[in-house]
Design a protein around this ligand. Structure first.
Ligand code: GAL
Length: 406
């Protein structure tokens, strides 16, 4: 790998036309069960990790007790496998498995609300969810009404078992069904995730932004740095620039769950994911076990200086400004509301032994001044005052997130 001064990619961010339902003015933050707990339904063998009301109640409790809510994580998200395999024969409604959700979904939403948190449910735009449970196709109105009656604040609508060419019509119709309930319900779509996989064609993100508050793009995150790096490479390509044009207050590109605190990432890699997700204004959905998280990782994921970048009111999705050494060193920037600039640099290669300096001219970063005060966001303290060039120390699997101010 060669270390060099970067050249700039085109950085042009247009205005966005997001869904204006008053929700998701900043990227949502919460905890989502899928990455860690998948579709475990055997509560006899795995009482602690099966998809059950106990799992969500325990996480709601931890979110309040351990500072997650205070840090901004305010959504508890149920994912696949909460349902029985059949709808209710009389009412036509989806129904929670009564052995795992004996109190029912309205009671679970109430439990979550009582702790100052919001509640998300999961369904699918097709005939069945990805795990084969009843999907919403043909039942949009009854499902939307059911969720509203349960007190749901957010719906993740997956895209399995449907024809992608029908997505425009189907996702739009479900969004209308949600709006008709009269309850403000955040609408998280998986629409582009199904278009991007295996295709060279990109989704029409500005069209999606008019329908959805969130759009999951690219492949599911898995518990490994190779998964993280493939997401970073994809976002560092033309898709990231296209998504940035569509994203803003009311509608955000979703890079999938944070896997810090799980098994696959080192501390530095988990920090890299968190830092970049803040810069690209992705929702911050924890995908870990909050009852068993390493305290150092928990503190890292609650870093207020990083969260301030994620939640910055200007609402710009950061973009890559340079990819060096075959995309193994990435530099990203995100303009912030007060005129500061968030700058993220990461080494996602393993063919570098130790620390090295990666350099960028301030002008290449789009910084309009000769010099800058540099604030180290991870360490939460001032780093340096620089003129002309910003030099950041990287190493394999290491990142830096700094904030430039004048
Ligand atoms: C996938 C989706 C995951 C998870 C899973 C559930 O398609 O991308 O986030 O929801 O389905 O079956």
């Amino acid at each position: 790998m060669r270390v060099s001064t970067l050249t700039v990619f085109a950085l042009c961010v247009g205005g966005s036309i997001a869904l204006q339902n008053g929700l998701a003015r900043t990227p949502p933050m919460g905890w989502l069960s899928w990455e860690r707990f998948r579709c475990i339904t055997d509560c006899a063998t795995y009482p602690d990790s099966c998809i059950s009301e106990q799992l969500y109640m325990a996480h709601a409790d931890r979110m309040v007790a351990d500072g997650w809510l205070a840090a901004g994580y305010n959504l508890v998200a149920v994912d696949d496998c909460w349902q029985l395999p059949q709808r209710n024969a009389t009412t036509g409604q989806q129904q929670p498995d009564p052995t795992r959700f004996p109190s029912g979904m309205a009671a679970l939403a109430k439990y979550v609300h009582a702790r100052g948190l919001k509640f998300q449910i999961y369904s699918d735009v097709g005939t069945a969810t990805c795990e084969g449970l009843p999907g919403s196709l043909g039942h949009f109105d009854i499902d939307a009404k059911t969720y509203a009656s349960w007190g749901v604040d957010s719906v993740k609508l997956d895209g399995c078992n449907a024809n992608v060419t029908d997505f425009r019509k189907l996702y739009t119709e479900f969004g209308r069904a949600l709006a008709r309930t009269g309850r403000p319900i955040l609408y998280a779509c998986s629409w582009p995730a199904y278009i991007d996989i295996g295709s060279t064609q990109l989704a029409n993100f500005s069209e999606i932004a008019q329908v959805c508050n969130l759009w999951r793009a690219y492949d599911d995150v898995q518990d490994s740095s190779s998964s993280l790096y493939s997401i970073m490479r994809w976002w560092g390509g033309k898709a990231g620039t296209a998504m940035a044009k569509a994203s803003g207050p009311g509608g955000w590109s979703d890079a999938d769950m944070l896997i810090g605190g799980d098994f696959g990432l080192s501390f530095s890699e988990a920090q890299m994911q968190f830092g970049l997700w803040a810069v690209i204004a992705s929702p911050l959905f924890l995908g870990n076990d909050l009852r068993r998280i390493d305290p150092q990782v928990a503190a890292m994921l609650q870093n207020p200086a990083v969260i301030a970048i994620s939640q910055d009111s200007l609402g710009r999705q950061g973009t890559i400004v340079a990819a060096l050494s075959n995309n193994d060193v990435q530099w990203w920037t995100r303009p912030l509301a007060n005129g500061d600039l968030a700058v993220f640099a990461a080494c996602i290669s393993d063919d570098q032994g130790t620390f090295f300096f990666s350099n960028a001219t301030l002008s290449a970063l789009g910084w309009p001044h000769q010099s800058a005060h540099v604030f180290d966001t991870y360490a939460q303290k001032p780093l340096a005052m620089v003129t002309g060039v910003l030099s950041l120390t990287l190493a394999p699997n290491l990142s830096q997130l700094v904030r430039l101010h004048h």
